[in-house]
Write a new protein. Sequence first.
Length: 334
Amino acid sequence: MTVSADKPHLSREHMLDLLKQMIRIRRFEDKCAELYTQEKIRGFMHLYDGEEAIAVGVIPVLEKRDRIVATYREHGQALVRGVPMTKVMAEMYGKQEGCSHGRGGSMHLFDRTVNFHGGNAIVGGGLPLSVGLALADHIRRNDIVTTCFFGEGAVAEGEFHESLNLSALWGLPVLFVCENNLYAMGTALALSESETDIQRKAACYRIASETVDGMDVVAMEAAARRAVHAVRESGKPYFLECRTYRLRAHSMFDAQLYRDKAEIESWRTKEPIIRFQAWLQSNGMIHLEDVPRIEAEVDAEIAEAVAFAEAGTWEPVEQLTRFTYAESATPADR
């Protein structure tokens, strides 16, 4: 675990909060995987196992007024941002009580009340959205940072280059957070990109950029503090390449034939929760009863979320076109 002067909150309370947030994401997603096999959650589902340190390190550094744009692997970001777990689970079930009224499912979580501008099923689709939001704030002179999460697979999309170019050209307050987990669906980064040092691509657009150990939650928080401060002070974009690894398949449908089991197992020893917990123990910042207590608290929250989703309601068929077409304008509106 890296120690740096950029970490202002090395208190036991703060460290335990970081640990709890990562455990909360992991156990929530483990439960979602279980419910998926029971066919209570349907459709596509992409899990965040192994990448929790990025969301937990970055999002709490942001202010409430700041915006977040995510990817289709966004459960962790939504939970850390403050979208209630009950509403996230209900959305996974497709119930009306979900944060997207049951219409978005796993890949399209959205909650405007916490400035969570949602996941996006399109690879790289959130990049131009974040630039548009930042452009609006720039024009209105709002002191707001828009943070955009995306995977390294988005680097192959035109939206990536267009978004970085325009944000640099126009001086827009965007924090780009690339979650580089080495595989875009089933394609290894080294097989799709001649330059695998992604932060160098951002540097080519004259965007301040750095590479961070995405498995180290303390390093992630330190980098996020530097980045958010730089964006807020300069009004210009900043780029973080977070090197991480997903421990589960790309999605619940993925057979993972493109990587061998030995590689996955080797990464399990580096995963952020085990690594951080070991660091806390070696520094005397955690007690024997802390982890069981945290897990019990998280499990109780998850049980409440499942009960809420189970008791939720399906949208009537008569409302199928709700949110699809605009309401008919009355003569007075014309």
